[in-house]
Design a binder for this molecule. Sequence first.
Ligand SMILES: O=C(O)[C@H](CS(=O)(=O)O)OP(=O)(O)O
Length: 239
Amino acid sequence: MRIDTVATLEDIKNEHIDNRTVIVIDVLRASSTIVTALESGFTSVIPVKTKTEALAMRSLNSIVSGEWHGKKLDGFDYNNSPSILQKKTTHTGKELILTTTNGTRAIEKAASANKLLIGCFLNASSCIKEAINQNRNLTLYCAGTRGEFALEDGLAAGLMVSIIRTRVPSTETCDFSKAMETCYLQLAKRLPDILFSTITGKRLFENLNSEDIKYCGQVDISNIVPILIENRIVSIHPS
Ligand SMILES: O=C(O)[C@H](CS(=O)(=O)O)OP(=O)(O)O
C-alpha cells in the first residue's frame, strides 16, 4: 500500500484519483460538518458546487447549509458550522444539501476515485480502518483554504499516516506524507489550541466561530465514515 498526501485543492492530479481510495480532508470545516451531520441523524449529505444549485435542490425533506468565504449565504438554513449542527436534534431522516468554499469543490474534483471518503480529526481512526479494508493505494487530499495549504488539514493527514504506519508498517509514503506525520507527532499535544493559530482558524475566530475550532480539533470522537455513493454522502461503520 502507498500513501500520497496532496496539499491543496488545486494540486490533485488524475494519478492521485484513478483506482485509488481518496480521503478528502477539510478540518475547518466541511469534513467536520459532514461527519457531524451524519452523526446527528441526517440520512445523507449532498455536496454541491454553487449556492444556486443548493437552493434549486431544496425540498421539504432537506436542509440547505453552507458558506462562501466563511459567511452564511442568503436564503440558507445554516452556515457550515459543525458545532451548531451538533446541537440540533430535529433533522433525523432529512438530507443536508451543502456547499462550501473548498471542501465541496474538493469532493467534486475527486468524485471518480474508486472510493471517496470524508475524513478529519473527528473520525481519523475509522477512516483509516476503512481505507485499509479497501486495500488500494490511498490519497489524503487536503482541501486547504482558498488555494493555500491549510496546516489543520496537513495535521489530520499526518495523524492518518501515523495510524496506518502502526497498523501496516510496510506502507510506503511520499515525502510530504512523512513531513505531515512528523509535524503531527510534534504538535499533537497542542490540539485543539494549535488550530487557533492557522490561517483558517484565525479567520474563523475573527468571525466568532471559536466553538467550531475547539470542536473540530477533537480526535476520534466519531466512528462513522462518510462515503460518496452516486452524488450522495452516506455513512458506513467499518468493521
Ligand atoms: O468552513 C469554512 O468557513 C471554510 C471557508 S474558508 O476556508 O475560510 O474559505 O470553508 P471550507 O470549504 O469548509 O474549507
